[in-house]
Design a protein around this ligand. Structure first.
Ligand code: CS2
Length: 503
C-alpha cells in the first residue's frame, strides 16, 4: 500500500499525541482518554463493531461517562491489535454519503489484546469487577450453532476440541464458559453477555450455546450460567464495507497522519437493545440507541428486510458479475426483485414494529443501498450463506407456508445461492466461495454439474441449513429447482425478466 501525503506533512501515525493537531473539521474525543477506565470487553474487534457499538460508546464518553471504555479482544488474528495498538486504540470512522465524506476519530477502544498470545491477561481482564459487560461481534458462525435448531452444534470441531481441553478454549462458547467459570472462582458476579451479531433472538441463541457447552463440561457450571448470566438480545445495523487501501489513502490525506486501519460506513446507524444489565450499562440511549423490553420485532424487520434483500442482491450480482450493491441498484431488474421480496414475502411475516412504518423502512433501505460512496462488495455479502440464509429468508419462508401462503421470491434467493456455489460467474470468472461448509457445498455443486434437481436435492439434504420442513414442501422444492435450472441454462438476466413477468 502506498499512501501519498501532502509533501510538507511528515507521515506521522494517529495516536493520543496527534489528536490536538488534527484538522479542525475532524471530530475527535472531546474527553481526556487518560481518565477513562474500561467497563466493557469486546470480543471480535472487526470493522462492524468499530463503526457501530464503539461509536455509540464513544458518544457516551463524549457525554461525560468515565467508566465505560472498551478493551478489544481478538480471538484469532493479531492484525487488528498490531494496527491499532501503536495508535493508542484510536481509529478513524470514514462516513460516506454518496459524494460527501465525514471523518471522525473514535476513542472508546482503550486497549487491544489477542487471546491466543495473551491468554492469562485476557482471562485476568474478564475477571475484573469493573468489566461488567462483554460485547461480541464474531459473525453468525462464531456461535457454533446448528442453524436449523438454534442450539449448539455439538459435533462442531472447535466444540469437540474445547470439551476435550476446556481451559484452553478456541470457540466462543468455550471461551465465555471458561471466563465465567474463572470469574465465579474469583468471587465476582458474572458479566452481562451482549451479542451484536445478525441472528434473530441473538441473546437467546448465545445463552443456548453457552449453557449447553457449560453443561456438557460440568452440569453445575451449566446451571450456574443459566441461572445467573444475562444475555440481552440486540438488533444492530450499520452498513460497513471492508476497508480498501483507497480508504486508507483518503483518511491519510484528510488527517495528515497515517491510520493503519480506518473503518468505512454509511451515515445511518441503529441499535435496539433489550434492557437487562444486572451490573449496569452505559447510557447508550443518550447516543440514540433504543433500550426496550422486546427487541424481536426490530430484529425480524432488520434481518429479513435488510439482510434478506442484501443476500438476494448479493448472490444474483455475483453470478451476473455485478460488483457492488450500489451497482446492483442501478440494474434494470434487481431493485424490482427486492421490492417484490419485501412486498410479497417478507413484510407479511413481520409483527408490528413499535414506532416504525415497515413499508417506509424498506424505501429507506433502497436509498441506503443506492449510496454510491459505499462500495459494498456483493462477494463480501455472499460469505457464509449457510449461516445467513436461515435467519434472513428460510425462517420467513417456513412461516409463510405455515400460514397457508406461498413465498414468491425466497425460492429465487435460495436458487441464486445454489447456483453461486459453482464458484464461476456468467462472465466465466472464478471467485471463492467463503463458508464454514465451503468444502462440502462446493463438492456438491461440482458433483451436480448442470443438473438443477440433483444440486437442489443434495443441498436440501443438509439439515443444519434447511431443517426438515422446507425440503419436504413440494412447492418450495419445485420453485427452487425451476429457478436453479433457469439460472443455469438462461442466466440471471433472462431468469429475472421471466420472473418479473410472472410475479
Ligand atoms: C450484510 C451485513 O455482509 C452481510 O451479510 O448483509 O453485514 C449488513 O451490511 C449489516 O448487517 C447492516 O447492518
Amino acid at each position: 500500500m502506498t499512501i501519498s501525503l501532502r509533501k510538507d506533512a511528515a507521515p506521522k501515525r494517529l495516536g493520543n499525541a496527534a489528536l490536538a493537531d488534527l484538522p479542525a473539521a475532524i471530530e475527535r474525543p472531546g474527553y481526556d482518554r487518560k481518565t477513562i477506565s474500561a467497563g466493557i470487553a469486546h470480543i471480535g474487534l472487526g470493522s462492524f463493531c468499530r463503526a457501530h457499538a464503539m461509536v455509540y460508546t464513544d458518544d457516551v464518553l463524549q457525554n461525560g461517562a468515565t467508566d465505560w471504555g472498551v478493551v478489544g479482544i481478538c480471538l484469532m488474528s493479531p492484525a487488528m491489535r498490531d494496527a491499532l495498538k501503536p495508535q493508542d486504540g484510536l481509529y478513524t470512522l470514514l462516513i460516506r454519503d454518496n459524494d460527501t465524506d465525514t471523518l471522525r476519530v473514535i476513542g472508546s477502544v482503550l486497549d487491544i489484546m489477542v487471546a491466543p498470545d495473551q491468554k492469562s491477561q485476557v482471562f485476568e481482564l474478564l475477571c475484573r469487577p469493573e468489566i461488567r459487560i462483554v460485547t461480541l461481534t464474531v459473525t453468525e458462525k462464531g456461535y457454533c450453532l446448528d442453524a436449523a435448531t438454534g442450539n449448539l452444534d455439538e459435533k462442531h470441531p472447535a466444540i469437540v476440541a474445547d470439551l476435550a481441553n476446556p481451559t484452553d478454549p478456541r470457540s466462543v462458547p468455550g471461551f465465555l464458559t471458561e471466563a465465567l467459570r474463572l470469574r465465579r472462582e474469583a468471587g465476582q458476579a458474572p458479566f452481562t453477555v451482549l451479542v451484536c451479531d445478525n441472528l434473530a433472538q441473538n441473546g437467546i441463541k448465545a445463552r443456548n450455546v453457552v449453557t449447553r457447552f457449560a453443561t456438557l463440561r460440568d452440569e453445575e457450571l451449566g446451571r450456574f450460567i443459566s441461572e445467573t448470566v444475562a444475555f440481552p438480545c440486540t438488533m444492530v445495523d450499520r452498513i460497513t464495507p471492508a476497508t480498501q487501501d483507497s480508504d486508507r489513502e483518503k483518511v491519510a490525506e484528510s488527517l495528515g497522519l497515517i491510520d493503519a486501519w480506518p473503518v468505512v460506513s454509511e451515515p445511518f446507524r441503529q441499535w435496539v437493545v433489550e434492557d437487562h444489565f444486572p451490573l449496569g450499562r452505559p447510557d447508550w440511549e443518550t447516543a440514540g440507541a433504543i433500550m426496550t423490553e422486546n427487541v424481536l420485532p426490530y430484529e425480524l424487520m432488520k434481518l429479513r428486510c435488510l439482510n434478506g434483500s442484501h443476500s438476494t442482491l448479493a448472490y444474483l450480482s455475483v453470478i451476473a458479475g455485478i460488483e457492488t450493491i450500489a451497482d446492483a441498484m442501478m440494474d434494470e431488474h434487481l431493485p424490482r426483485v427486492i421490492r417484490h421480496l419485501w412486498d410479497e414475502d417478507l413484510i407479511r411475516t413481520l409483527p408490528p414494529v413499535p414506532g416504525t412504518d415497515v413499508a417506509a423502512y424498506t424505501h429507506d433501505l433502497e436509498t441506503r443501498f443506492r449510496n454510491t460512496g459505499v462500495r459494498h462488495l456483493a462477494l463480501q455479502i455472499s460469505w457464509d450463506g449457510s449461516q445467513k440464509l436461515p435467519p434472513r429468508v428460510l425462517e420467513a419462508a417456513a412461516e409463510l407456508y405455515s400460514t397457508g401462503r406461498n413465498p414468491k421470491v425466497i425460492p429465487l434467493t435460495v436458487a441464486a445461492w445454489m447456483r453461486f456455489l459453482s464458484g464461476r460467474n456468467e462472465l466465466g470468472q472464478d471467485y471463492i466461495v467463503t463458508d464454514p461448509h465451503a468444502e462440502r457445498l462446493t463438492a456438491i455443486a461440482r458433483g451436480a454439474g448442470n443438473d438443477a434437481a440433483r444440486l437442489a436435492d443434495a443441498l436440501f439434504g443438509i439439515r443444519e441449513i434447511f431443517g426438515d420442513v422446507l425440503p419436504a414442501n413440494a412447492h418450495f422444492r419445485a420453485e427452487v429447482i425451476k429457478h436453479v435450472s433457469s439460472l443455469m441454462s438462461h442466466g440471471v438476466r433472462k431468469t429475472l425478466k421471466a420472473f418479473l413477468g410472472e410475479v
